[in-house]
Design a protein around this ligand. Structure first.
Ligand SMILES: C[S@@+](CC[C@H](N)C(=O)[O-])C[C@H]1O[C@@H](n2cnc3c(N)ncnc32)[C@H](O)[C@@H]1O
Length: 251
Protein backbone atom coordinates (compact mmCIF):
# COMPACT_ATOMS: atom_id res chain seq x y z
CA UNK A 1 0.00 0.00 0.00
CA UNK A 2 1.21 3.46 -0.72
CA UNK A 3 2.35 5.39 2.32
CA UNK A 4 0.01 8.32 1.68
CA UNK A 5 -3.08 6.21 2.36
CA UNK A 6 -4.88 5.29 5.52
CA UNK A 7 -5.17 1.53 5.94
CA UNK A 8 -8.53 0.26 7.16
CA UNK A 9 -7.71 -3.02 8.89
CA UNK A 10 -11.32 -4.25 8.90
CA UNK A 11 -11.25 -4.88 5.15
CA UNK A 12 -8.18 -7.13 5.25
CA UNK A 13 -9.27 -10.78 5.00
CA UNK A 14 -8.02 -13.58 7.25
CA UNK A 15 -6.72 -15.60 4.33
CA UNK A 16 -5.58 -14.69 0.84
CA UNK A 17 -8.15 -17.03 -0.75
CA UNK A 18 -10.88 -14.45 0.07
CA UNK A 19 -9.53 -12.35 -2.80
CA UNK A 20 -11.02 -14.93 -5.18
CA UNK A 21 -14.52 -14.40 -3.79
CA UNK A 22 -16.57 -11.71 -5.62
CA UNK A 23 -18.65 -11.15 -2.43
CA UNK A 24 -15.48 -10.23 -0.58
CA UNK A 25 -14.80 -7.42 -3.05
CA UNK A 26 -18.40 -6.13 -2.92
CA UNK A 27 -18.33 -6.01 0.88
CA UNK A 28 -14.95 -4.40 0.89
CA UNK A 29 -15.82 -1.70 -1.62
CA UNK A 30 -19.03 -0.91 0.30
CA UNK A 31 -16.81 0.19 3.21
CA UNK A 32 -13.67 1.48 1.55
CA UNK A 33 -13.36 4.60 -0.59
CA UNK A 34 -9.79 4.30 -1.85
CA UNK A 35 -7.01 1.77 -1.70
CA UNK A 36 -4.12 1.69 -4.10
CA UNK A 37 -2.62 -1.76 -4.56
CA UNK A 38 1.17 -1.88 -4.70
CA UNK A 39 2.03 1.71 -5.51
CA UNK A 40 0.26 4.83 -6.66
CA UNK A 41 0.67 6.31 -10.12
CA UNK A 42 3.57 8.67 -9.36
CA UNK A 43 5.85 5.65 -8.78
CA UNK A 44 5.41 4.25 -12.30
CA UNK A 45 4.26 7.28 -14.31
CA UNK A 46 7.70 7.52 -15.94
CA UNK A 47 7.06 4.05 -17.42
CA UNK A 48 3.41 4.58 -18.42
CA UNK A 49 4.09 7.70 -20.43
CA UNK A 50 6.62 5.85 -22.58
CA UNK A 51 3.95 3.43 -23.78
CA UNK A 52 0.57 5.15 -23.53
CA UNK A 53 -0.06 8.09 -25.83
CA UNK A 54 -2.76 10.73 -25.29
CA UNK A 55 -4.82 9.43 -28.22
CA UNK A 56 -4.63 5.77 -27.10
CA UNK A 57 -7.87 3.95 -26.34
CA UNK A 58 -7.23 2.32 -22.98
CA UNK A 59 -8.99 -0.47 -21.09
CA UNK A 60 -8.25 -0.78 -17.37
CA UNK A 61 -9.09 -4.21 -15.96
CA UNK A 62 -10.13 -4.49 -12.30
CA UNK A 63 -10.19 -0.79 -11.43
CA UNK A 64 -11.50 -1.36 -7.88
CA UNK A 65 -11.38 1.99 -6.06
CA UNK A 66 -7.96 2.94 -7.44
CA UNK A 67 -7.23 6.41 -8.79
CA UNK A 68 -5.26 5.10 -11.77
CA UNK A 69 -7.86 6.13 -14.37
CA UNK A 70 -8.08 9.65 -12.93
CA UNK A 71 -4.31 9.98 -13.04
CA UNK A 72 -4.21 8.79 -16.65
CA UNK A 73 -6.97 11.25 -17.52
CA UNK A 74 -5.06 14.10 -15.88
CA UNK A 75 -2.09 13.10 -18.03
CA UNK A 76 -4.20 13.63 -21.15
CA UNK A 77 -5.16 9.98 -21.75
CA UNK A 78 -8.90 10.50 -21.97
CA UNK A 79 -10.24 7.59 -24.04
CA UNK A 80 -10.61 5.32 -21.05
CA UNK A 81 -12.81 2.35 -20.20
CA UNK A 82 -12.64 0.73 -16.75
CA UNK A 83 -14.12 -2.61 -15.80
CA UNK A 84 -14.52 -4.50 -12.56
CA UNK A 85 -16.39 -7.65 -11.55
CA UNK A 86 -17.72 -5.90 -8.45
CA UNK A 87 -20.95 -3.98 -9.06
CA UNK A 88 -20.26 -1.99 -5.89
CA UNK A 89 -16.86 -0.90 -7.19
CA UNK A 90 -18.40 0.04 -10.54
CA UNK A 91 -21.24 2.08 -9.01
CA UNK A 92 -18.92 3.92 -6.65
CA UNK A 93 -16.36 4.56 -9.37
CA UNK A 94 -19.08 6.01 -11.64
CA UNK A 95 -20.26 8.31 -8.84
CA UNK A 96 -16.73 9.38 -7.98
CA UNK A 97 -15.74 10.16 -11.55
CA UNK A 98 -19.00 12.00 -12.19
CA UNK A 99 -18.65 14.11 -9.05
CA UNK A 100 -15.09 15.04 -10.04
CA UNK A 101 -16.09 15.91 -13.58
CA UNK A 102 -14.41 13.00 -15.40
CA UNK A 103 -17.50 12.41 -17.49
CA UNK A 104 -15.82 10.79 -20.48
CA UNK A 105 -14.47 7.72 -18.65
CA UNK A 106 -16.66 4.64 -19.21
CA UNK A 107 -17.07 2.25 -16.28
CA UNK A 108 -18.62 -1.20 -16.75
CA UNK A 109 -19.32 -4.27 -14.65
CA UNK A 110 -17.54 -7.07 -16.51
CA UNK A 111 -15.52 -10.22 -15.99
CA UNK A 112 -11.95 -10.12 -17.27
CA UNK A 113 -12.30 -13.81 -18.19
CA UNK A 114 -15.00 -12.91 -20.71
CA UNK A 115 -14.49 -9.35 -21.90
CA UNK A 116 -17.60 -7.81 -23.53
CA UNK A 117 -15.68 -6.05 -26.29
CA UNK A 118 -15.10 -6.58 -30.00
CA UNK A 119 -11.83 -7.96 -31.31
CA UNK A 120 -8.98 -5.47 -31.77
CA UNK A 121 -10.63 -2.42 -30.23
CA UNK A 122 -8.08 -1.10 -27.68
CA UNK A 123 -4.59 0.34 -28.13
CA UNK A 124 -3.68 -0.43 -24.52
CA UNK A 125 -5.00 -2.81 -21.88
CA UNK A 126 -3.68 -2.21 -18.37
CA UNK A 127 -4.06 -4.05 -15.11
CA UNK A 128 -2.56 -3.43 -11.68
CA UNK A 129 -2.86 -6.27 -9.18
CA UNK A 130 -5.90 -7.78 -10.92
CA UNK A 131 -4.30 -10.78 -12.61
CA UNK A 132 -2.61 -11.46 -9.25
CA UNK A 133 -6.03 -12.28 -7.79
CA UNK A 134 -6.15 -15.38 -10.00
CA UNK A 135 -2.94 -16.66 -8.42
CA UNK A 136 -3.84 -16.45 -4.73
CA UNK A 137 -4.84 -20.14 -4.52
CA UNK A 138 -2.46 -21.36 -7.17
CA UNK A 139 -0.49 -23.76 -4.93
CA UNK A 140 3.11 -24.28 -5.96
CA UNK A 141 4.05 -21.19 -7.99
CA UNK A 142 6.39 -23.33 -10.12
CA UNK A 143 3.55 -25.71 -10.95
CA UNK A 144 0.23 -23.87 -10.52
CA UNK A 145 -3.07 -25.70 -10.13
CA UNK A 146 -4.87 -26.48 -13.46
CA UNK A 147 -7.77 -24.20 -12.43
CA UNK A 148 -5.35 -21.29 -12.02
CA UNK A 149 -3.74 -22.03 -15.37
CA UNK A 150 -7.07 -22.14 -17.16
CA UNK A 151 -8.31 -18.86 -15.63
CA UNK A 152 -5.08 -17.00 -16.33
CA UNK A 153 -5.09 -18.26 -19.92
CA UNK A 154 -8.75 -17.24 -20.35
CA UNK A 155 -7.89 -13.75 -19.18
CA UNK A 156 -4.80 -13.43 -21.37
CA UNK A 157 -6.60 -14.83 -24.42
CA UNK A 158 -9.26 -12.17 -24.07
CA UNK A 159 -6.75 -9.38 -23.47
CA UNK A 160 -4.87 -10.49 -26.59
CA UNK A 161 -8.13 -10.65 -28.57
CA UNK A 162 -9.27 -7.09 -27.71
CA UNK A 163 -5.88 -5.50 -28.42
CA UNK A 164 -5.40 -3.88 -31.82
CA UNK A 165 -2.44 -5.08 -33.89
CA UNK A 166 0.59 -3.40 -32.30
CA UNK A 167 -1.44 -2.76 -29.14
CA UNK A 168 0.14 -3.06 -25.71
CA UNK A 169 -0.81 -4.98 -22.60
CA UNK A 170 0.68 -3.48 -19.43
CA UNK A 171 0.65 -5.69 -16.36
CA UNK A 172 1.75 -4.19 -13.04
CA UNK A 173 2.38 -6.90 -10.49
CA UNK A 174 4.70 -8.43 -7.93
CA UNK A 175 4.68 -11.63 -10.03
CA UNK A 176 8.24 -12.34 -11.01
CA UNK A 177 9.23 -13.13 -14.60
CA UNK A 178 9.98 -16.80 -13.90
CA UNK A 179 6.36 -17.25 -12.78
CA UNK A 180 4.75 -15.08 -15.46
CA UNK A 181 6.70 -16.07 -18.57
CA UNK A 182 5.10 -19.49 -19.00
CA UNK A 183 1.73 -17.73 -19.38
CA UNK A 184 2.81 -14.72 -21.42
CA UNK A 185 4.87 -16.94 -23.72
CA UNK A 186 2.08 -19.41 -24.59
CA UNK A 187 2.27 -20.29 -28.30
CA UNK A 188 -1.10 -18.72 -29.06
CA UNK A 189 0.16 -15.20 -28.33
CA UNK A 190 1.89 -12.94 -30.83
CA UNK A 191 3.14 -10.35 -28.35
CA UNK A 192 6.70 -9.47 -27.45
CA UNK A 193 7.58 -9.44 -23.76
CA UNK A 194 9.59 -6.81 -21.97
CA UNK A 195 9.65 -5.91 -18.31
CA UNK A 196 10.96 -3.19 -16.02
CA UNK A 197 10.87 -2.75 -12.28
CA UNK A 198 10.01 0.07 -9.93
CA UNK A 199 9.83 0.48 -6.16
CA UNK A 200 12.23 0.96 -3.29
CA UNK A 201 12.43 -2.07 -0.97
CA UNK A 202 10.35 -4.58 -2.88
CA UNK A 203 10.52 -4.18 -6.63
CA UNK A 204 7.28 -4.34 -8.53
CA UNK A 205 7.24 -5.53 -12.12
CA UNK A 206 5.95 -3.55 -15.06
CA UNK A 207 5.43 -5.90 -18.02
CA UNK A 208 4.97 -4.56 -21.53
CA UNK A 209 3.55 -7.03 -24.08
CA UNK A 210 3.19 -5.73 -27.62
CA UNK A 211 0.84 -7.64 -29.92
CA UNK A 212 2.32 -8.81 -33.22
CA UNK A 213 5.91 -8.20 -32.13
CA UNK A 214 6.87 -11.64 -30.85
CA UNK A 215 10.50 -12.55 -31.31
CA UNK A 216 11.35 -15.69 -33.29
CA UNK A 217 14.28 -16.27 -30.95
CA UNK A 218 13.85 -19.87 -29.75
CA UNK A 219 16.21 -19.27 -26.81
CA UNK A 220 13.97 -16.57 -25.39
CA UNK A 221 12.48 -18.90 -22.75
CA UNK A 222 15.81 -20.01 -21.38
CA UNK A 223 17.56 -16.67 -21.18
CA UNK A 224 18.85 -15.90 -17.70
CA UNK A 225 16.94 -13.24 -15.83
CA UNK A 226 18.71 -10.89 -13.46
CA UNK A 227 16.23 -9.98 -10.77
CA UNK A 228 16.63 -7.08 -8.39
CA UNK A 229 17.38 -8.20 -4.82
CA UNK A 230 14.23 -8.61 -2.75
CA UNK A 231 14.26 -6.81 0.55
CA UNK A 232 11.18 -5.78 2.42
CA UNK A 233 10.89 -2.78 4.66
CA UNK A 234 9.11 -3.32 7.99
CA UNK A 235 6.04 -1.43 6.85
CA UNK A 236 5.84 -3.61 3.72
CA UNK A 237 5.80 -6.76 5.86
CA UNK A 238 2.91 -5.29 7.85
CA UNK A 239 0.71 -4.23 4.97
CA UNK A 240 -1.90 -6.04 2.92
CA UNK A 241 0.19 -6.42 -0.22
CA UNK A 242 2.31 -8.89 1.71
CA UNK A 243 -0.68 -11.11 2.52
CA UNK A 244 -1.68 -10.92 -1.12
CA UNK A 245 1.66 -12.04 -2.45
CA UNK A 246 2.67 -14.50 0.25
CA UNK A 247 1.17 -17.45 -1.64
CA UNK A 248 3.05 -16.62 -4.75
CA UNK A 249 6.70 -16.03 -4.41
CA UNK A 250 9.38 -17.60 -2.33
CA UNK A 251 9.94 -14.44 -0.27
C1 LIG B 1 -6.14 -6.36 -5.92
S1 LIG B 1 -7.48 -5.41 -6.51
C2 LIG B 1 -6.68 -4.23 -7.57
C3 LIG B 1 -7.50 -2.97 -7.72
C4 LIG B 1 -6.83 -1.85 -8.51
N1 LIG B 1 -6.43 -2.30 -9.85
C5 LIG B 1 -5.63 -1.24 -7.81
O1 LIG B 1 -4.54 -1.25 -8.37
O2 LIG B 1 -5.78 -0.75 -6.69
C6 LIG B 1 -8.24 -6.54 -7.67
C7 LIG B 1 -9.47 -5.99 -8.34
O3 LIG B 1 -9.86 -6.93 -9.35
C8 LIG B 1 -11.27 -7.08 -9.33
N2 LIG B 1 -11.56 -8.40 -9.92
C9 LIG B 1 -11.38 -9.61 -9.37
N3 LIG B 1 -11.73 -10.59 -10.23
C10 LIG B 1 -12.12 -9.97 -11.36
C11 LIG B 1 -12.58 -10.43 -12.63
N4 LIG B 1 -12.74 -11.74 -12.88
N5 LIG B 1 -12.89 -9.52 -13.58
C12 LIG B 1 -12.76 -8.19 -13.32
N6 LIG B 1 -12.32 -7.69 -12.14
C13 LIG B 1 -12.00 -8.57 -11.18
C14 LIG B 1 -11.65 -6.91 -7.87
O4 LIG B 1 -13.02 -6.59 -7.70
C15 LIG B 1 -10.69 -5.79 -7.46
O5 LIG B 1 -11.25 -4.54 -7.74
Amino acid sequence: MDQTQTQKPDVVPDTASAYLDPHYWDQRFAQEEHYEWFKEYSHFRHLIIQYVKPNSSVLEIGCGNSQLCEELYRDGITELTCIDLSSVAVDKMKQRLFSKGYKGIKVLEADMLDLPFDNECFDVVIEKGTMDVLFVDSGDPWNPEPVTVSKVMAMLNDVHRVLKPGGIFISITFGQPHFRRRFFNAPTFTWSIEWKTFGDGFHYFFYILQKGQRSLDKDEDTKKIDLPPISLFHEELDNEDYLFRSNLDEL
